[in-house]
Ligand binder design. Structure first.
Ligand code: PGA
Length: 242
């Protein structure tokens, strides 16, 4: 079973610093390679993608967003049809920052999803509640409501990211994450469920042991190539049972 270690750079790391990042990550990977069962993915800004050319072949590239249309008069939008041309094989959609700040709807996210599948790009669909005090049932119903338009028999990635855990250092218990991801997995048996929200090199050791998750979507801690490599290493150890 593959596990995923995905770094969401958001609007961080400029094109010129991207070359530096890739050189540093390559160095850590040469010194201490990561098993191919851990799929490492970086999600730079669109402008930084051309600067990732030197990255180790074992690291995949993801976009952080895409257009709802394949082409046309949509000023400022970027078509998923072009992703493969520039070596992008994953795309994050429905991140809470896009839902909240840019008012993206489930319908738009669903359109992006189908376009990505059509263009052979793997969608990483983000879901998660904002209210920490919800009951387990309410929380799971909320996540199901965000996923209601997605096909149950498709291969894709679902990142469970409680909004209150993003960038705060406050994370749910292992049992909590297990319960929600198991519920997602029951409905989407072919999808890989990831956890996201304040994952770092320290907590990733135990988080990686949660049996129902297949890796992480990492924001802040992925901006440091050493930290990103350490998280991938912890995922690898959880597979080896070390
Ligand atoms: P964080 O972000 O790791 O900084 O909490 C996660 C995310 O927004 O995907």
């Amino acid at each position: 079973m593959n596990m995923y270690c995905i770094g969401n750079w958001k609007e961080n790391i400029s094109p010129s610093s991207t070359t530096e990042y890739c050189t540093a990550l390559n160095k850590f990977l040469e010194k201490d390679p990561i098993s191919s069962s851990v799929i490492m993915v970086i999600a730079p800004s669109f402008l930084a993608i051309p600067y990732t050319g030197e990255i180790s072949q074992s690291v995949y590239r993801s976009a952080q967003n895409c257009s709802t249309n394949a082409s046309g008069s949509f000023t400022g939008e970027i078509s998923p049809s072009w992703f493969r041309e520039v070596g992008v094989s994953f795309c994050i959609i429905g991140h809470s920052e896009r839902r909240i700040i840019f008012h993206e709807t489930n319908e738009q996210i669903e359109k992006k999803f189908h376009l990505l599948i059509e263009k052979n790009v793997m969608p990483i669909v983000c879901v998660g509640e904002n209210d920490k005090s919800m009951s387990d049932k309410k929380r799971i119903d909320f996540v199901y409501s965000q996923l209601k338009c997605f096909p149950r028999n498709k291969n894709f990635l679902i990142a469970y990211e409680p909004i209150w855990a993003i960038g705060t250092g406050d994370i749910p218990s292992d049992q909590w994450i297990h319960k929600v991801s198991l519920a997602i997995k029951e409905r989407f048996p072919k999808a890989a469920v990831l956890y996201g929200g304040s994952v770092n090199p320290d907590n990733s050791k135990t988080l990686a042991e949660i049996p129902s998750i297949q890796g992480f979507l990492i924001g802040g801690a992925s901006l440091d190539p050493l930290g990103f490599h350490s998280i991938a290493k912890n995922i690898e150890k959880s597979i080896d049972g070390v």
